[in-house]
Design a protein around this ligand. Structure first.
Ligand code: PLP
Length: 356
C-alpha cells in the first residue's frame, strides 16, 4: 500500500471543449503520478503532482541504452457517472514481465493499480464522455543514473500521465489496409519482442514509413527467422476467422501479449468458437483468401479495441477480405468489449475496476 502525497495544481488548465476531436496523445491533464527508486531503498516518495517536465541529466541512462518500459490502458465514464478501468491488474503483471526482461525493478501489482487509481481520481473531470472517447493512461519507467557505462541503472522514475482521447473510429468501425513486411523484422525469439518498450517501436519505424508510402496504414510483422509466420501488427495483435475457426499466432516470446487479445480469446471460447493459438503462415492466409475460406481479419489493442482489416498485401499478392466491410464476429467482439468497459453490459468476469 503506497502512502501517496498530493501536491495539486494552482493553475488548472482549461478542459477540452465537448466537440474537440481529442487527437490521440496530444492533450495532457493537470496532474501526473511519480515515484522514485534507488537500489537499497526500493520505490519511494509516491506523489501526485502538477503535470510538468521531467528534469534529467543528459547522461541519464534511458537516453543512451533505452532502459525503459511502458504500459497503456484507459479509464471510461459510465452513463451513471462511475469511472471504470479495464483489467488494470493485467497491465501491472505485464509491466513486471517487461521489467524482469529489461532489468528494471518490479512494482507490486497492487501499488501499480493504486497509483493509476490515484491519478485518475485526481483528474477524473478530464475523462471525456462522448461515445467512443476515454482517458488514455500511460504508465512508464525510465532509468535515470547519470552514467555512460552499460549496466542496469540503480535509479528509476515511475511516472503516469493521462491524455483524453477521441473515438478511434468517429464514423464507426473502418477496415484498414495492412502491409505484410518481408524485409525488416520487429523482434526475434529470445529478444525483447514480448516486452512493452520503446526499442520495439523504433525498430518498426522504417517499415511503417515504407508501408505508408505504399498507401498502407499499418505493418504486419513476420517471424524474424523464417519470415514466413505471422506475428502481430504495429501496436495490435492479429486474429483471423477461417472456415469458422478463430486463429491467432501463439505467444512465442517475440509477440506482445495483448490484454485485448486475451479478452477476445476468452470471449470467443465462451461463445463456442473453435479457437487455435498456433503458427500461421502467410501461405496459409493466401490460400484461404484464394479459396474463399477467409471470413474475417481483425487487430486487437487498447487504442482501437477491434480494428477490422479489409485488405492485406504480401509482396505482389493482394488479399481482399470480404467486400471491405466489417465481419459479424469482429462487430460482436467490439460491441461486447466496449459494452463491458462502459458498464453497459454486466461484467460477470471481474474485468472492470471502479475508481472511487
Ligand atoms: C500494447 C501492444 C499491443 C496491444 O496490447 P493491448 O494490451 O491489447 O493494448 C500489441 N502489440 C504491441 C507491440 C503493443 O505494444
Amino acid at each position: 500500500m503506497l502512502n501517496i502525497r498530493y501536491e495539486l495544481t494552482k493553475n488548472p488548465k482549461q478542459l477540452p471543449g465537448k466537440d474537440d476531436p481529442l487527437k490521440f496523445g496530444t492533450i495532457f491533464t493537470d496532474h501526473m503520478f511519480i515515484m522514485n527508486y534507488e537500489t537499497g531503498k526500493g520505490w519511494f516518495d509516491p506523489r501526485v503532482v502538477p503535470y510538468q517536465p521531467v528534469v534529467l541529466d543528459p547522461s541519464a541512462m534511458v537516453f543512451h541504452y533505452g532502459q525503459e518500459v511502458f504500459e497503456g490502458l484507459k479509464a471510461y465514464k459510465t452513463e451513471d457517472g462511475r469511472t471504470l478501468l479495464f483489467r488494470p491488474d493485467m497491465n501491472a503483471k505485464r509491466e513486471n514481465n517487461s521489467n524482469r526482461r529489461l532489468c528494471i525493478p518490479e512494482i507490486p501489482e497492487e501499488d501499480f493499480v493504486q497509483a493509476v487509481k490515484a491519478v485518475v481520481k485526481t483528474d477524473e473531470k478530464w475523462i471525456p464522455t462522448k461515445p467512443g472517447t476515454s482517458l488514455y493512461i500511460r504508465p512508464f519507467i525510465i532509468a535515470t543514473d547519470p552514467f555512460l557505462g552499460v549496466r542496469p541503472s540503480d535509479t528509476y522514475q515511475f511516472i503516469i500521465i493521462l491524455s483524453p482521447v477521441g473515438a478511434y473510429y468517429p464514423e464507426g468501425l473502418n477496415p484498414v489496409k495492412i502491409w505484410i513486411e518481408d524485409d525488416y523484422v520487429r523482434a526475434v525469439r529470445g529478444g525483447i519482442g514480448e516486452t512493452k518498450t520503446g526499442g520495439n517501436y523504433v525498430a518498426s519505424m522504417a517499415a511503417q514509413m515504407k508501408a505508408h508510402e505504399e498507401g498502407y496504414s499499418q505493418v504486419l510483422w513476420l517471424d524474424g527467422v523464417e519470415r514466413k509466420y505471422i506475428e502481430e501488427v504495429g501496436a495490435m495483435n492479429i486474429f483471423f476467422k477461417i472456415n469458422g475457426k478463430v486463429l491467432t499466432p501463439k505467444l512465442n516470446g517475440s509477440i506482445l501479449p495483448g490484454i485485448t487479445r486475451n479478452t477476445c480469446l476468452e470471449l470467443c471460447r465462451e461463445w463456442g468458437y473453435p479457437v487455435e493459438e498456433r503458427k500461421i503462415s502467410v501461405d496459409e492466409l493466401y490460400e484461404a483468401s484464394v479459396n474463399g475460406s477467409m471470413e474475417e481479419v481483425w487487430g486487437t489493442g487498447t487504442a482501437a479495441v477491434i480494428s477490422p482489416v479489409g485488405h492485406l498485401r504480401f509482396e505482389d499478392k493482394v488479399m481482399q477480405i470480404k467486400d471491405g466491410g466489417i465481419g459479424e464476429l469482429s462487430q460482436k467482439l467490439y460491441d461486447t468489449v466496449t459494452g463491458i468497459q462502459l458498464g453497459k453490459i454486466k461484467d460477470t468476469r471481474g474485468w472492470t475496476v471502479e475508481v472511487k
